[in-house]
Ligand binder design. Structure first.
Ligand SMILES: [Zn+2]
Length: 126
């Protein structure tokens, strides 16, 4: 478990309490697509499945399955996040993780986000 005083999993250099934990506690604290992206990565690291589920955009959320999200979060060990490029509504990143066989994997994705009623949501990635 990651304590509030530990450095934030997203690699911002701040403590978890100063960074993504605030977004996990209050979705509105993610005022940019990048902030939501970071908080979603950290949510994988701390296994905040509800946050991951709730920050899917309503149009894509119905295709999501909490159990599958939980499995994905739990079977991998989340090591590092690198933000490669962030624009107003997209974030390109690399997530480094150890899979269930402890092999290092790099997931590279360009994610799209949408703002609805002042809140940012994750739409999809490729
Ligand atoms: Zn963070």
């Amino acid at each position: 478990m990651i304590e509030a005083t530990h450095s934030c999993p997203c690699g911002s250099g701040l403590t978890f309490a100063e960074c993504c934990q605030q977004v996990h506690n209050s979705h509105a604290k993610a005022t940019t697509a990048e902030a939501l992206m970071r908080a979603r990565y950290s949510a994988f690291a701390v296994r905040d499945i509800d946050f991951l589920y709730n920050t899917f955009h309503p149009t894509t959320r119905r295709f999501q399955n909490k159990h599958a999200i939980q499995q994905w979060a739990q079977e991998n060990k989340w090591m590092q996040l690198n933000i490669l490029k962030a624009t107003f509504a997209t974030v390109e990143f690399e997530a480094h993780y150890l899979d269930s066989t402890m092999e290092l994997q790099i997931h590279r994705e360009k994610s799209t986000f949408k703002q609805q009623g002042n809140l940012w949501y994750y739409v999809d990635g490729r």
